[in-house]
Design a protein around this ligand. Structure first.
Ligand code: UDP
Length: 239
């Protein structure tokens, strides 16, 4: 496999084409951003931790039968994935009130929700990623009704699988964000990353934040915390 041209540079990753048109080469970067890029820092070691954590999680999702774009980890900061056309939606699943949900609806962070809920946000930096309803998604032709139903179903399946995984390592899965893509034949595949950048993870015993809220809220250094998540996932794998 040969790495070729830079296809896309995001806030935390670079994507390169390869000599196989179905395969994309991903390099995880050390950049951390929050507030739609208004807060930005280079944090040594972040790229390797997120690449390794995402690789472990996507492999686990494969093992439990959830299709996703991951092919294999190449190095500490690199992985290869199947090429998909990303659907410009952030699909958020929440088990416990936190973050924007708590703020908007004045519900104390940490309040368990009666059932997992799914929210959609339109991925558009100029608009600040607004929340959208299913009608908005249809009228803007971002996805069809059948695709929206499939996204909801897959997001809730991922939630069940991840809740089980994180409970095993004494972590409570509060909420997370997923992205999906379309393959060349139109199938929808889980894509992007699942890491402490994209999930809220609280220690089951202490409720300590083990995620990007440490950075967003200036609570300290994210590296030891991301390392702790990686170590726990790794130990589980070795168990
Ligand atoms: N999230 C993300 N990328 C985003 C926005 C949110 O990965 O651009 C994740 C975030 O880490 C959290 C979940 O989605 O796990 C819900 O985030 P929320 O809507 O509460 O937004 P925030 O409080 O981060 O602004």
């Amino acid at each position: 496999m040969k790495k070729e041209a830079l296809l896309y540079e995001g806030k935390a990753k670079q994507l390169f084409s390869t000599d196989d048109s179905d395969v994309v080469w991903v390099e995880y970067l050390n950049q951390a951003t929050a507030l739609n890029g208004a807060k930005k820092d280079q944090i040594a070691g972040k790229g390797e931790l997120n690449n390794q954590i995402t690789s472990l999680i996507f492999s686990y999702l494969h093992e439990v039968g959830i299709d996703n774009h991951f092919i294999k980890q190449l190095s500490k900061t690199e992985q290869i994935i199947r090429s998909v056309e990303i659907i410009p939606l952030e699909v958020v699943v929440r088990n416990v009130a936190a973050g924007s949900f708590s703020k908007r609806l004045a519900i104390t962070e940490g309040t368990p929700l009666k059932f997992p809920i799914v929210e959609f946000y339109f991925k558009n930096d100029d608009l600040d990623d607004p929340m959208v309803t299913e009608d908005h998604i249809k009228v803007l032709e971002i996805a069809s009704e059948a695709e929206i139903a499939a996204l909801r179903k897959m997001a809730l399946e991922v939630n069940e699988a991840l809740k089980k995984l994180f409970t095993e390592i004494n972590i409570q899965l509060i909420d997370f964000k997923l992205e999906f893509g379309r393959t060349a034949n139109g199938d929808i595949l889980l894509a992007d990353e699942v890491s402490p950048d994209t999930c809220r993870l609280w220690d089951l015993a202490t409720n300590d934040h083990l995620d990007k809220d440490i950075y967003r809220r200036d609570l300290g250094d994210i590296i030891p915390v991301y390392q702790e998540v990686f170590n726990r996932l790794n130990q589980r794998k070795g168990a």
